[in-house]
Structures are given as structure tokens and as C-alpha cells.
Design a protein around this ligand. Structure first.
Ligand code: HEC
Ligand code: HEC
Length: 217
């Protein structure tokens, strides 16, 4: 492994430590991260993507070719942020996030594996899930997203940034499950960012937001 990847990994670890997944610090963290990323704005070294490509083989049975899953219970990983993927793998491994399919998968992953897997999936292009959004529900979902400031964190078209996931174009079923899991506090690895938003959403809001998000492909 070259010095660059160690540097990036050290930076990732440092950023993660600094952020402590603390919502109060999230915004300060973004400033720091922006400066750091500006310094590190070199492309991810090809060897990480290449190593990740081999390590990703066991993932594709569920997450699909290049991470473009065709089954809606499995999240699309193609084009998802590298840092977000890395953090989720770390959270699964350390028990902060749980899922019967993922728990076994992460058991033997090293930090380097997680970083390479993140680099690989982030470098893939997200395809069109083929979801046909209901236009009225999607419009109500967009209005709700504007009102609840989803884009303050997830950015326009819910494209995601750094450790905040891309939700635009993700499968409807997966997104709805996550919002319900946050609401019911079955998923709590978000430092309160999502559990606090989700508890204000009705099931109808979640359905509308799902149509809006899944229609953004
Ligand atoms: C047996 C099926 C299965 C396999 C194999 C599998 N996954 Fe998953 N993965 C899932 C499911 C199901 C979820 C969604 C869990 C939930 O609903 O919260 C998931 C979630 C994830 C997430 C979180 C995505 C997000 O948007 O939050 C990441 C990252 C991930 N998997 C990476 C991987 C990687 C990397 C591998 C291979 C090393 C892998 N998975 C192998 C089923 C699988
Ligand atoms: C204060 C910032 C913030 C706001 C506002 C916010 N989110 Fe999030 N969201 C996050 C973060 C951070 C995560 C990742 C949490 C983690 O690390 O597990 C996330 C995760 C998610 C996920 C899970 C995605 C996946 O791949 O598993 C969905 C879905 C989501 N947000 C949708 C929304 C919607 C819809 C809104 C508006 C109703 C919203 N978010 C508002 C910060 C925010």
C-alpha cells in the first residue's frame, strides 16, 4: 500500500474521531472536512479501487453487479460516498448498526478492506433502478423534504456528501425501511441526525419521501 492510502486512511480515522458522530459537531466537522478534502482532492488511487473490486465479489450476490442491486431490499452501493460506505461497514462490524445479512459479512473485514470496498463502490456509476414514482406522491415528498430541510444535509437531489449518504435514486423499499427504522429507533447509528427528523414523519410522509427519492434517478 502506498503512502497516500495510509494518509487518507489516517485522515479518515482522524475525521471520524473528531466528528464522534455528534450532530452538534457535524457542521463544524464539515468545515474542517472541506479544508482537509481540498488538500486531499487527488483522485482515489486506482490500486484501492482495484483491490476493492476483488474484495467486492462476495457482495455482488446481494448488492448486484457493480453495486447496482436489482432487488429493492438491498441498497444500491454504486455511486454511494466512500466515507459513508466505510463508516457503515465499521458500524456493522462494531455492532452500532445491525442486520442479519450484513453482520456475518463484516466480521472479518479489516479497516483497509472497508476503505478499498468504499473506494470501489464509490467509483461505480449508479444505474436507473427502474422505479416509477407516483407523480403526486413524489411532489408531496419533495414539499416535505423542503419543509424538513433534508437537503441541508443530503444536498440537492439528495445526492449526499462525505459521510451523508446519497438517497436520490436509491430503492424505494430500502429508503422506506430506513426511515421507519430510524423512526422506531431500530437504527440508531446516526448520532441523532436521522432519528430526530424521522420521528416527525408520518407513514404517509415516509411513503411520499420514498417516491420522491426513488424517482430521482
Ligand atoms: C446476503 C446478502 C448481503 C451480502 C452478501 C452483503 N450485503 Fe450489504 N447489505 C445487505 C442488506 C439486506 C443491507 C440493508 C440492511 C438494512 O436494511 O439496514 C445491506 C447494507 C449494506 C450497506 C449499507 C448501505 C447504506 O446505504 O446504508 C453497505 C455499505 C453494505 N451493505 C456493504 C456490503 C459489502 C461491502 C458487502 C461485501 C463485503 C456486502 N454488503 C454483502 C445484504 C447483503
Ligand atoms: C442534520 C442532517 C440531516 C438531515 C436534516 C437529514 N438527514 Fe438523512 N442522514 C443524515 C446522516 C448523517 C445519515 C447517515 C447516518 C449514519 O451514519 O448511519 C443519514 C441517513 C439517511 C438515510 C439512510 C440512507 C441509507 O443509505 O441507509 C435516509 C433514507 C435519509 N437519511 C433520508 C433523509 C430524509 C428523507 C430527510 C428529510 C426528511 C433527511 N434524511 C434529513 C443526515 C441528515
Amino acid at each position: 500500500m502506498g503512502g497516500f492510502s495510509s494518509l487518507v486512511e489516517a485522515a479518515l480515522g482522524g475525521l471520524y474521531f473528531l466528528s464522534e458522530r455528534n450532530s452538534m459537531k457535524l457542521f463544524q466537522f464539515h468545515l474542517g472536512a472541506a479544508v482537509l478534502l481540498a488538500c486531499l482532492s487527488l483522485p482515489v488511487p486506482a490500486q484501492n479501487v482495484e483491490a476493492g473490486s476483488k474484495k467486492a465479489e462476495p457482495c455482488l450476490v446481494c448488492h448486484g453487479v457493480n453495486g447496482n442491486s436489482t432487488l429493492s431490499a438491498f441498497p444500491i452501493l454504486a455511486g454511494q460516498g466512500m466515507r459513508y460506505i466505510y463508516l457503515q461497514l465499521k458500524d456493522f462490524k462494531e455492532g452500532r448498526r445491525q442486520d442479519p445479512s450484513m453482520d456475518a459479512v463484516v466480521a472479518n473485514l479489516t479497516r483497509e478492506d472497508m476503505f478499498d470496498l468504499g473506494a470501489f463502490f464509490a467509483a461505480q456509476k449508479m444505474g436507473n433502478s427502474g422505479f416509477k414514482a407516483d407523480a403526486e406522491k413524489a411532489a408531496r415528498g419533495k414539499a416535505k423534504a423542503d419543509e424538513t430541510l433534508c437537503t441541508m444535509c443530503h444536498l440537492g437531489e439528495l445526492a449526499g456528501q462525505n459521510e451523508i449518504p446519497r438517497v436520490g435514486g436509491q430503492h424505494y423499499d430500502y429508503t422506506v425501511k430506513q426511515l421507519k427504522d430510524f423512526k422506531a429507533r431500530r437504527r440508531t447509528n446516526d448520532a441523532g441526525n436521522m432519528t430526530s427528523v424521522a420521528k416527525t414523519l408520518s407513514d404517509e410522509d415516509i411513503d411520499n419521501l420514498g417516491h420522491y427519492a426513488a424517482g430521482l434517478h
